[in-house]
Design a protein around this ligand. Structure first.
Ligand SMILES: [Zn+2]
Length: 64
């Protein structure tokens, strides 16, 4: 059974793809990860909501 509700196991910088713990800036390239973190938190919230068409659409938009 596919487990769609699990959050991604790892967090990567969208700029340099460095694997890291969630933080507001990348430890390698210093990219601002504030928005990335906000999207991630939003996706975690959405994953706990009933799958309405609105939730499905927002998850699709956010890539989760
Ligand atoms: Zn980076």
């Amino acid at each position: 059974m596919k487990r769609l509700d699990d959050p991604p196991a790892e967090f990567r910088c969208p700029v340099c793809r460095a694997k890291q713990t969630p933080s507001t800036s990348c430890r390698r390239c210093q990219a601002d990860l504030t928005l990335t973190l906000q999207v991630r938190r939003r996706l975690e919230y959405l994953r706990q909501q009933p799958m309405t068409p609105e939730v499905a659409e927002e998850r699709k938009l956010l890539g989760g």
